[in-house]
Design a protein around this ligand. Structure first.
Ligand SMILES: Nc1nc2c(ncn2[C@@H]2O[C@H](COP(=O)(O)OP(=O)(O)OP(=O)(O)O)[C@@H](O)[C@H]2O)c(=O)[nH]1
Ligand SMILES: [Mg+2]
Length: 226
């Protein structure tokens, strides 16, 4: 739910996926990229990370980012706690989300586990994924051996009915699947995946009134008042 407060627009985006798929690392790397390189968003303050000493997230991580071109637009970005036992916490963090970035651990033998987390997300979203909440996928840890690729996960999305054929208006909004590496020194598609999700959330808000707009809007910025 896009929040408008004192003329500022707050958009909530969540990194979602199984334990150790790299969500916290992605948020860290996104923070560093946007701090050090010229990008369309800048971090506001530091990241809030609630985790175990092992690094595993205990509640959630959160960061606030601001659009540089449209200074009244802010992104509140969360990374959920992926441990199986934290599903009720994930449910709380899910509330009011405007966009989801699903983070899979690309290692071949973890595919079934990743799918369980996709199903959990689908159950929570109650049919709103893609229709009301844009979905983007990151296949993370592509630097490792024996990993799945974009086409493998597109088949999963199809099987899970998160993929529309070209006859449907919604096919414009089929999840874009990014092959990624979250490690800062090897970073791959970290900013791009965020940018695509944020672009879609803005378009759903501006042109679809909270639903997937009909037609393929290629325009990006500037964001204008409705
Ligand atoms: N090789 C490799 N390792 C990664 C990558 N992304 C994350 N890792 C490592 O995977 C481990 C888990 O990463 P986290 O970012 O803590 O994973 P998480 O998804 O936040 O895990 P939870 O908080 O338990 O849900 C850490 O040791 C990371 O350094 C990647 O792209 N490649
Ligand atoms: Mg984490």
């Amino acid at each position: 739910m896009v929040l408008i407060n004192e003329g500022k627009i707050y958009i909530k985006i969540i990194y979602w996926g199984m334990y150790a798929s790299g969500k916290t690392t992605i948020l860290d790397t996104l923070f560093k990229i946007t701090q050090k390189e010229k990008k369309d968003i800048v971090p506001v303050g530091n990241l809030t990370k609630i985790g175990r000493t092992s690094g595993s997230t205990l509640y959630f991580d959160r960061g606030l980012f601001q659009s540089k071109k449209q200074e009244k637009v802010f992104y509140t970005i969360y990374a959920v706690a992926g441990q199986r036992s934290f599903s009720s916490l994930r449910k709380r963090v899910f509330e009011g989300t405007d966009g989801i970035i699903f983070v899979a651990d690309s290692q071949v033998d973890l595919l079934d586990e990743n799918i369980q987390y996709l199903k959990e997300l689908k159950d929570l979203a109650k049919g709103k994924l893609i229709r009301n909440i844009p979905l983007v996928v990151m296949l993370n840890k592509q630097d490792l051996n024996d990993v799945i690729h974009k086409s493998n996960f597109e088949s999963v999305l199809n099987h899970e009915k998160l993929w529309f054929n070209s006859g449907s208006n919604l096919s414009h909004w089929n999840p874009e699947v990014f092959e990624t590496c979250a490690l800062y020194e090897k970073k791959q598609n970290i900013y791009e995946a965020f940018q695509e999700c944020s672009r879609r959330t803005v378009l759903y808000h501006l042109f679809g009134d909270g639903e997937a707009p009909s037609g393929n809007y290629q325009i990006d910025f500037p964001i204008q008042e409705k």
